[in-house]
Design a protein around this ligand. Structure first.
Ligand code: ATP
Length: 610
């Protein structure tokens, strides 16, 4: 049953100004209230200017008629008022801009932190890989959010200052002739709508720009990234990367630039048209002055008010900054909304201590992809046993592990853990229960000790336990050779050392093992030892199994010498398990496994003989 509809049409999106003001108030209420107060005071200044200059001219008029000291009080008061207004007009915008800068920076920090928190919160990867999220991530990483929000808050203040002042000036004109004030206001409103539309169009044309800019910056960064340095040199990629960077950069900005020049033309035309309207106000004013219907003082007050209305004409980039900042806030709110249910959903059952892992008719397509990676997948992994998964490249082995970790939900079918659907388990506890080493595990630029301990942050680190883990993963020799042992930073970038591929793999294994020590019951290894020689890998696997008694181990490997030791071997093809059994039974069956094993064994024999 679908949820009852609460409104007839799509809801109007909240205007960017409102979004920015509410977020800014949430971030730094005191500064924002001060800012709004400053704006309110500033808004009265042009009206004050009109009144004070009118009073001064009127006073001078009286002075001519009455002389000193009869009109002196009015003249002096008006002059003092005028001076105060000028001073405030000078000081208040400066104060407002400084406060706006502070609020903008605070907002930027808060929003960037919220994006990171929202991205880190979900246990699944779907949201993280979505194109909208990618754009936000590009924005956070490239510092674009920082610029967006700071410029938007400053823009709010700039526009707020002039618009508020212009509105009060228009109100002063009401005291002259209501139809003049309203006519002028109507003309300005039309111009404002036209200009806002133009900026909105610019915003639409900027859609996708952050992603384009991020691609460009990525290409440029490759030229100076140590990790890419070898290939950049050996294949002579520097020129190609630089050209690609320039190309992506200008393509990303091409539409924005084209739109910007169009916008400039139209805003100039609308500004001139409205300025002409404003000038027309001086016709009745002059006529009334000449006819004696207006005193020189009142004429001056209204003339100054008419000029003060010019703030409406402002078609500045601030409007674009406000629109962009508003969109950023909207996107962040949307991200937070969509991240919420994944973490705080209904799935709260504790992880069963015992019981098999069962894939029951599991089918899976990656979000947005029409292709089934797995379909009709049935398999059982008994607790405390080892299972090896084999299959050709792209068969879906890693995908199977990712589903098991709860990074994605099956498109169809279900995964049961001790009889409980994975969807109903507490996702965070389940992920802590799985220790995994993926093909692309992280090489933290941190001391070796942290590289291992991060397998279970917060778990008390006893040195003898760390040493045992190092022994099991073959890391002990590496520790002995490192200049500062466990405290050696594993990165040259941070004044440390770098390890070989095989040594790094042992670090990764030690991390996964540390997680099992901390209580993880399932050990998932996705080609964890591909950089080791065959003998090293086989020995290591034996050690691992011995070091993780009672743990459920799932191993993905293309090395059959290792695979053969598993209690159960699954052959994956066409998205399903096509063969299962232990090494002996699969060899006896003479199927795909036997063929792959024999081919690999023959190759190794030939290599040995050679
Ligand atoms: N994040 C993703 N989004 C869309 N498709 C993906 C994603 N990750 C993997 N795939 C696709 O899913 C299929 C299975 O990939 P998977 O990595 O599970 O294969 P594999 O058996 O582990 O391969 P290999 O032996 O090469 O590691 C491939 O066609 C791959 O392109």
């Amino acid at each position: 049953m679908s949820a009852p509809t609460t409104h007839a049409g799509p809801r109007r999106p909240t205007p960017p100004v409102l979004l920015l003001v509410t977020e800014a108030l949430r971030t730094d209420r005191a500064a924002m209230v001060g800012l709004l107060g400053t704006l309110t005071v500033f808004a009265t200044l042009p009206a004050g200017l009109a009144v004070a200059s009118g009073a001064l001219v009127g006073g001078l008029d009286r002075l001519r008629a009455l002389g000193w000291p009869g009109a002196s009080r009015q003249v002096l008061l008006a002059a003092a008022g005028l001076g105060l207004v000028f001073l405030a007009q000078l000081v208040l915008p400066m104060v407002a801009r400084v406060v706006a800068e502070r609020v903008g920076r605070a907002l930027d920090r808060a929003v960037s932190g919220r994006v990171v928190a929202a991205l880190a919160a979900p246990t699944g990867l779907e949201r993280l890989e979505g194109p909208d999220t990618q754009e936000l991530i590009s924005g956070v990483r490239g510092g674009l959010i920082a610029t967006n929000l700071r410029d938007a808050v400053t823009g709010l203040v700039n526009i707020g200052l002039v618009r508020a002042a212009a509105t009060l000036s228009a109100l002063v004109l009401l005291g002259y002739r209501w139809w003049v004030a309203l006519g002028l206001l109507a003309a300005y409103l039309v111009a404002m709508v036209v200009v806002s539309r133009l900026y909105q169009r610019q915003l639409v044309s900027a859609d996708g720009t952050p992603a384009g800019l991020a691609r460009a910056l990525y290409l440029k960064s490759l030229i100076i990234t140590p990790g890419a340095a070898k290939e950049v040199r050996i294949f002579g990629l520097a020129d190609w990367l630089l050209a690609g960077y320039r190309d992506e950069w200008s393509r990303a900005l091409a539409r924005v630039r084209a739109e910007r020049s169009g916008a400039l033309r139209v805003s100039v035309v609308s500004t001139v048209a409205v300025a002409a309207g404003q000038a027309l106000v001086f016709v009745p004013l002059a006529a009334d002055l000449t006819a004696g219907a207006l005193t020189p003082g009142r004429f001056t007050a209204f003339a100054v008010a008419a000029v003060g209305c010019g703030g409406f004409l402002l078609a500045s980039p601030d409007l674009l900054h406000i629109a962009v900042g508003g969109e950023t806030v909207r996107a962040v709110r949307e991200l937070e909304r969509s991240s919420g249910p994944t973490t705080a959903g209904t799935a709260r059952r504790p992880v069963p201590r015992a019981g098999a892992i069962v894939f029951d008719g599991v089918g899976f397509r990656y979000p947005g992809s029409p292709d089934w990676v797995l379909r009709g997948l049935d398999l059982t992994i008994e607790p405390g046993t080892s299972t090896a998964v084999v299959g050709v490249n792209g068969a879906g082995k890693t995908t199977l592990v990712k589903l098991l970790c709860g990074f994605y939900r099956p498109t169809e079918g279900r995964i049961l853990v001790g009889g409980v659907d994975l969807r109903d388990l507490d996702p965070v506890r389940w992920q802590r229960h799985c220790a995994a080493l993926f093909q692309d595990w992280i090489r933290w630029s941190l001391p070796l000790r942290d590289n291992v301990l991060l397998g279970a942050p917060g778990h008390p680190a006893e040195q003898h336990e760390l040493d045992e883990v190092a022994k099991t993963s073959g890391l002990d020799q590496v520790v002995d050779e490192l200049p500062a042992g466990w405290d050696t930073v594993l990165s040259r970038e941070f004044d440390g050392v770098d390890l070989s591929g095989g040594q790094w793999q042992r670090v990764g294994l030690a991390r996964a093992l540390w997680a099992t020590r901390a209580g993880a019951g399932v050990l998932l290894l996705d080609e964890p030892t591909s950089a080791l020689d065959v003998r090293g890998e086989t020995e290591l696997y034996d050690l691992l199994l011995a070091a993780a008694p009672g743990r459920t181990v799932v191993l993905i490997s293309h090395r059959f010498a290792t695979v053969r030791r598993a209690d159960q071997i699954l052959v994956l093809a066409g998205g399903r398990v096509v063969e299962r059994g232990d090494h002996r039974s699969l060899m006896d069956a003479g199927g795909e496994y036997a063929a792959m094993f024999t081919a690999q064994a023959r190759r190794f024999r030939e290599e040995d003989q050679a």
